[in-house]
Design a protein around this ligand. Structure first.
Ligand code: OAD
Length: 232
């Protein structure tokens, strides 16, 4: 990894699996008993806002019973000690990266502990429950919804992400199945612009063939090892 100064890390549900947060595409393709289409689309929110809001209220409350694992802790250490540029892009809506201490990061698919105003776009920290019809502090519309990027919606911070991916020397993907775009395409962009690419995942993924190197195993083991290599 010599010559690397600018790192982009993409994380997915697999990095939180060892903390007890279920992945999306596990057996049966269910997430806590719901099909993603029923809780993660603009149509679902319009058809049954009570169900969708309650679903994310429950996921938010469940964060209290999970904690960062060794992989989150190792990435937070990389964030603290890496002298070059670093951006951790997570697709996860949990808050385990920041609870481990990571700061140079963003949530491209939104976050459970945030609300989004469907009228003015204001995003702000949220604790507790968010009933449908809650009023926005900024524009006064009764339009607050969970700050979750639903299927068919544009992920957050895409301009910043695209620039970071194009400019990095090393792109590392951790615990993501490569099934959801645009994140699944970042490896090809990074490669196109000359970055080295490394995948750390429990299983081979749809995107494995696009990486220079793939290491298979649990994030809680592989990520601390890789961070140790980077900081050696
Ligand atoms: P997936 O559930 O699709 O994939 C999780 C990946 O993590 C799989 O490839 C697993 O093999 C791997 N994995 C599981 N346990 C692991 C472990 N202990 N260590 C390392 N890897 C492990 O989750 P994502 O790729 O994150 O979008 O899914 C992408 C998006 O699809 C999510 O952000 C979500 C979902 O729809 C939104 O919520 C908008």
């Amino acid at each position: 990894m010599r010559g690397v100064s600018n790192i982009v890390v993409l994380t997915g549900a697999g990095i939180s699996a060892e903390s007890g947060v279920p992945t999306f595409r596990g057996p049966g393709g269910l997430w806590e008993g719901h099909r993603l289409e029923d809780v993660c689309t603009p149509e679902a929110l319009a058809d049954d806002p009570v169900l969708v809001h309650r679903f994310y209220d429950e996921r938010r409350a469940a964060l209290e019973s999970v904690a960062p694992n060794a992989a989150h802790v190792a990435l937070a250490r990389l964030d603290r000690d890496w002298p070059g540029e670093l951006l951790i892009i997570t697709q996860n809506v949990d808050d385990l990266h920041e609870r481990a201490g990571a700061r140079r990061m963003l949530h491209m698919h939104g976050e459970l502990k945030s609300s989004l105003c469907a009228a003015c776009g204001d995003r702000r920290a949220l604790a507790g429950m968010l009933p449908p019809g809650a009023v926005c502090d900024v524009c006064s519309a009764a339009a607050l919804r969970p700050d979750i990027v639903f299927f068919g919606e544009m992920p957050h911070d895409m301009e910043r992400i695209e620039a970071a991916v194009a400019n990095c020397d090393l792109f590392v993907s951790i615990g993501t199945s490569g099934a959801v775009y645009p994140a699944a395409g970042f490896v090809r962009t990074a490669r196109y612009y000359g970055a080295r690419t490394l995948e750390l995942n429990l299983d081979p993924t749809a995107g494995s063939i696009f990486f220079d190197e793939t290491r298979q195993g649990a994030a809680g083991v592989l990520v601390p090892q890789w961070v140790e290599e980077m900081l050696a």
